[in-house]
Design a protein around this ligand. Structure first.
Ligand SMILES: [Zn+2]
Length: 72
């Protein structure tokens, strides 16, 4: 199964929308966009929210990596 957004193979649980199947990463970006729009932001604000969401997730992943490396 491939992500309709980035065309990468989906390894985790897929994120299904009404029309597309996305990987978790693209699904998060979409969630961020939706959250931004629902919060009353304009499109620019919504994209900023999506970017924030994605960077937050990446930071979390980096922290997990560090923890795993230091633990071994
Ligand atoms: Zn994707």
């Amino acid at each position: 199964m491939r992500c309709d957004q980035c065309d990468k193979k989906i390894t985790g649980p897929p994120v299904k929308t009404a029309t597309r199947t996305l990987c978790a990463r693209c699904g998060d970006t979409l969630d961020g966009l939706t959250a931004g729009v629902l919060a009353g932001g304009d499109v620019g604000g919504a994209i900023a929210t999506a970017g924030w969401y994605t960077s937050l997730r990446e930071r979390r992943r980096e922290a997990q990596e560090k923890k795993r490396r230091s633990g071994s």
